[in-house]
Design a protein around this ligand. Sequence first.
Ligand SMILES: Cc1cc2nc3c(=O)[nH]c(=O)nc-3n(C[C@H](O)[C@H](O)[C@H](O)COP(=O)(O)O)c2cc1C
Length: 353
Amino acid sequence: MTSLFDIEALAKRNLPPDYWDWISSGYGEGMLVRRNQEAFEEIRIRPRPRVLMDASKIDTSTTVLGERIELPVFASPAGTQWIAHPDAEVAVARGVGSAGTLMNLATGSHNTTEEVSEAARGPLWFQLYHLTDNITRYMLPKVESLGYSAICLTLGRPSGMRREKGPFSDYSPSGDIAWGDLIEVPELRRQIDNLDRSSYNIFNLETVEWIRNITSLPLVIKEVMTAQDARKCVDYGASGIVVSNHGGRTSDKGKASIEALSSIVKEVGDEIEVYLDSGVRSGSDIVKALAMGARAVGVGRPVIWGLALDGHNGVNRVFEILRDEFERAMSICGCISVADIDTSTIVSLKGNE
Ligand SMILES: Cc1cc2nc3c(=O)[nH]c(=O)nc-3n(C[C@H](O)[C@H](O)[C@H](O)COP(=O)(O)O)c2cc1C
């Protein structure tokens, strides 16, 4: 297993075909799933041999919201991990922790926020789908007291992916064992069962402000794809944003996340941290995103592939492969530290260097 593509191929063999199809596909005909990766291929890293550079001194560490991580890559939040492996989010926390980086735990996880914080060795963020005021009011103080270091509010929909017709297009994973934190509060669990799913993404900035005011944790807003929205996030007190199109699962219109990054960084990059996910599959993808101003990048599907392969060891393997590839890419570009990576490290094949 020398690349994430090897891990993907092995995971496909281990997972039920309907679930495999569900995690891999995207909205509509999956155009944005493909575009997320193609857009990375349209950028090249610029080799800059530095003969006197001591490659053994390459340092891949950075900080996110002031916390050190050994690699500028984190686990993006993803529900349904229990289908890939019975140890689910606890295994992700262990695998990510061994790699010394950050896990962003999905709201609808099977394992509770306590179980995950016990297993974690590195920083944890809690990803929030704001479903009802009561659930948000219950979860935020809880994760704050457990030591989670940020709330990551996702603006996109938690479900409702419309997929191209295929043999498994009607499949949808059961949510019976999701929302582990709410098992002890059945009245809140019932609120989820009774939710009107069409109202999930009815969101406005007053809601963001309300959330901002009920937690003292930094707020990161996920799935921001335009400079205008990024500006609003800053105005409403966000400490960071994740440029993301949900891995192409919530829309088939618009840009790849890497295509949206530069204008967002130009607008708010001096004021808050900007992260990116969707389509990151290699160490050179990490260099490209960092060169364009991302502080760190997330991976979603690759974590599930690692889980399917070998639980926490498989997740750890995903991050170790990314670390090796990132180190090699840094060495090719003549970068000793993450701070050395800048716009001169890449070349766009479309001509906008
Ligand atoms: C199976 C699956 C479940 C996901 N669940 C969530 C979720 O619960 N919350 C969320 O904010 N994003 C969710 N995402 C989106 C990921 O956080 C991330 O944005 C996306 O997977 C990144 O793209 P990549 O898979 O190409 O790395 C999910 C993605 C997948 C594939």
